[in-house]
Design a protein. Sequence first.
Length: 369
Amino acid sequence: MTRQAFVHRLATRAPDDVAPLEAMIVGGEIKAPGIVAILGKTEGNGCVNDFTRGFASRALKDLLKRHLSPAEAEAVCIVMSGGTEGALAPHIVVFEWRDAEGPAEQGALALGRARTAALPFEHLGRLEQVDLVAGAVRTAMMDAGIVDASDVHFVQIKCPLLTLDRIAEAEALGATTATRDPLKSMSLSRAASALGIGVALGEIERAGLTDEAIGRNFALFSSRASASAGVELTDHEIVVLGAAPGWRGPLRIAHGVMGDSIDVEPVRAALASLGLTSPGQLPAPDRARLVALLAKAEAGSTGRLRGHRHTMLDDSDISATRHARGFVAGALAGLVGHAELYVSGGAEHQGPDGGGPVAIIATEARIVA
């Protein structure tokens, strides 16, 4: 069987705005049974109390249940990332596959997904979470038909966080959580999830990992990991994007790794590998080929950017992740010519300290009229 991936980027007017997606489903432009995942940016704060993520997820789930069975709707991975600081544009990206006629095409975009069991709260930010995620990433790779880990270009995970109620629940059972700070738990959960991706992709040796390394040893990182934590779930939703035998279609994916938050040259190289070779900002015809840009953003832990001091980590009013999202989004928007970008803050072990992975999905030039 040959499969074909479809990716649709839709602007939203509010976290619960599902009208554009429903119109495409009703009109037949999106086949609901083939929806693998929905990623989105909402205009919340991206922190523990960002309920826009849950609001948006609930609205999308309710929509899917109008067109799918409850089990089918529940299987769709919904990863909402809070925070549209600066000029980041709220939007969703819908990943879909369909059976296709014709031979497979080398390099065609492949999609896979998986979900884990609920994570015991005392395991968050510890090796048990790393192992749980690593196993699920391998399952998602199998779902996509990806055998060689080098064919994976991006792994997106939605992971849980701790609240005071969840901490109390664990402590009532005699367990101890990795932290009692809900905000810190977001960082630890992203960190353990990213290391799990790195283990699954062969970028990080599991044997050498310790609990103490999680969220601390930033020399360990995955070049293809993206993790977003939220209060709206207790398990992990995992989406793998890459290339695999048995897929066809015009969509291709490439990735690069920013060394810091203004290092756009690796992104320019990824664009060039897809035939988007403008020496400056992408012109309108090339922008039309750019289907989605997915990126991680992080305030470097040294407090400096290329030798100059930054204050993102010293700001007690605004989370550093909010600064980083807006800053990196501006750099990337200047490169590609628009700000409807999926930029997620908090890049612990996701690229080098202060940098982060970026994935580009675009159509082949030969199919553009």
